[in-house]
Design a protein around this ligand. Sequence first.
Ligand code: UD1
Ligand code: CA
Length: 449
Amino acid sequence: MQAPLIVIVLAAGKGTRMRSALPKVLHPIAGRPMIQHVVEAAAALDPAQIVVVVGPEGEAIADAVSPHPVVVQRQQLGTADAVKAAREIAAPLIAEGADVLILYGDGPLITSETLARMRGARKDGKAAFIWLGFRPPDPTGYGRLLLSEGNTLAAIVEERDASEEQRKIDLCWAGLLLGEGEALFRLLDAVDNRNAKREYYLTSLVELAAREGLLSSVVEGDSDEVRGVNSRAELAEAEEILQWRLRRRMMEAGVTLIAPETVYFSWDSDLGRDVVVEPHVFFGPGVRVAEGARICAFSHIEGAVIEAGARIGPFARLRPGSVIGPEARIGNFVETKASVLGARAKANHLSYIGDAEVGEGANIGAGTITCNYDGFAKHRTRIGAGAFIGSNTSLVAPVEIGEGAITGAGGTIVEDVPAEALAIARAEQVIRPEGAKRLKARREEGKET
Ligand code: UD1
Ligand code: CA
């Protein structure tokens, strides 16, 4: 049987280079805080515990990783010190012989496949510690892996402490470590800060362990997966890598992306077979699109369900709580929010539909607005199946339009309309024969005097 696993995510760093009021690991990538990507990748290993190490101002991080607990590292004294902050919470599982996996909260691109490879190496081999190595295009700033015979790791030297010769090594430590928990926490107490940065380095463990005959070995990972995010530019690079993963996953699942490089997904975007997405579409979190729907260009969609065969946009905005029924149509410059549209319902042009229920096959004319907010509270609009709402209608909620009813164009509907009724709610038109002619004549007179 494999030992239970404790995952420790380090996120106490200040993230100064982000120049942000928001903690670095809470900056979103593909629609959610980067630390949630890390936690999800780790969770795939089915660990007995995940704990996040945060700095003194880490309360906001606690919310983002809940229900997993956080522990506070008071002072940022180095990566070895950060791991120690989790000692108490890890103790019961360590006593049961748990392994520990250490990850960085600012490394959102790590995949569960790579973590599983580390786990495999730990299970199959003799090494007590598995360090994830990679070959960055530019190794500056990374700890270099010094290998001895048989791929055993002899030491890791930080850039600042490395010799000219050692700096030429291109195999670096990615910051991920998996090892025997009891040995790890015991050896952490022996780590000192006699180095260029006066920090307690986790990397010191390699040599301390070797002295006890505990071996370290290296699993090599992909350099794109272990990128850290330290600046806004690196945040954008990580986003780009993740977006391409999502785009590829969609296309493999049978979605057509006409110009994939222009479409933005969220981590949980869920698109069915034969969905077509035209260029420049943005999917915020919480969107599900069923089979065969078409999302036309320049649409912005979040928190919405789009049923099979529906057609959205171009230039549509679907906000949270929108449910667009099968074969329904949402056209250009239409905004929906917290509204359910039935099958084949249509709102083709320039409308706001908020807090509404629209029955099957109802037709909403151009420029129709649900006036759902009276300045104090939100109210609902109900439109029955097969109803026809004339163009440029204001539906002053709460209001109900019965099945099959028709409202005339330009109406301000403040009262319920019974099923199959016709409602006309606009000022009657007045015609003054030759009135325009007289008006113009008067103007001409004015000019002469
Ligand atoms: C560290 C490694 C280096 C490796 C690199 C990979 C050490 C000594 N060096 O260097 O070998 O190549 O990562 O990215 O470990 N953190 C805390 N508390 C602290 C210090 C750091 O939580 O007291 C967290 C930070 O939030 C960050 C991570 O640990 O996520 C790495 O810390 P950082 O100081 O950036 O280490 P590097 O210098 O990048
Ligand atoms: Ca770093």
